[in-house]
Unconditional design. Structure first.
Length: 254
């Protein structure tokens, strides 16, 4: 980053026009290259993060950089009821060798997400990010799904729930398919609770195999505008330890 840029914890430096703003700028100012780069600075306080999510903006930066805000021109989303469960995953679910929980080990999940082998030396899940999302968790907005085996967390994911949208942040697996299992159970539970979408941020072939699709930012923002943000459906939600075959039969590819 340019060392002459001096955003603060109360102002945002708008990359496109070089101005400073007291609030997150419009997503229309996001760059095309790098895709979605919008602003630097500000803070990671709960209200800042929640306001960003409601506008389709999220933080993503490395340890040595200032807080960096993004609003990509395309967004990867999945409608929870449209999750694709492969035959191999359906068999894994039926084996019932991995237990699923919600919000039982948030600190462990977010730490593991930032310390997988491929991220350990270049993670965006810095200590400041961990602290910020842990605060959101305490406030009832950030949630984790855990996969357990032999009393150890072997996979999971975390994200932010506002209104009827879940903003997925990161996932990890210490054994094959654990993060997929966590994502499937998240989708099934959110479908039962009539959530509209899960925001997966950046599209990938892996997400596509699970049922995610890529849409234009304008369409994504229209979805955000129709959301009732006052509803926090997951605030008191706990994972049913036996999300059973009635749900699985409804959505699984058998």
């Amino acid at each position: 980053m340019n060392s002459n840029i001096k955003p603060s914890d109360t102002t945002f430096f708008v990359i496109k026009d070089g101005s400073f703003s007291s609030k997150l700028p419009s997503t229309s100012l996001a760059l095309k290259d790098p895709d979605g780069l919008l602003a630097l600075g500000g803070d990671l306080k709960p209200q800042t993060l929640l306001s960003g999510y409601k506008e389709g903006i999220f933080p993503w930066y490395s340890e040595a950089d200032p807080i960096t805000w993004w609003a990509p021109h395309h967004r990867s989303i999945i409608e929870p009821s449209q999750v694709h469960i492969s035959r191999s995953m359906y068999r894994l679910i039926r084996k019932n060798t991995i237990k699923i929980s919600c919000n039982k080990a948030f600190s462990e999940v977010i730490y593991q997400c930032g310390n997988t082998a491929d991220r350990k030396d270049n993670t965006w899940i810095t200590q400041d990010m961990i602290d910020a999302y842990s605060k959101l968790h305490q406030l009832g907005f950030a949630h984790s799904i855990e996969c357990w085996q032999n009393n150890k967390v072997i996979g999971g994911l975390y994200g932010v729930s506002i209104g009827n949208i879940f903003f997925a942040e990161s996932m990890f697996s210490n054994i094959a398919n654990a993060s997929k299992l966590a994502f499937i159970f998240l989708c099934l539970r959110l479908a039962a609770m009539q959530f509209a979408i899960i925001d997966c941020q950046i599209h990938s072939s892996h997400l596509a195999t699970m049922g995610a699709k890529q849409i234009a930012r304008s369409r994504f923002e229209n979805l955000l505008k129709t959301t009732n943000w006052e509803i926090n459906k997951m605030k008191t939600w706990e994972m049913d330890p036996c999300l059973s075959r009635s749900l699985l039969a409804k959505y699984a590819e058998i």
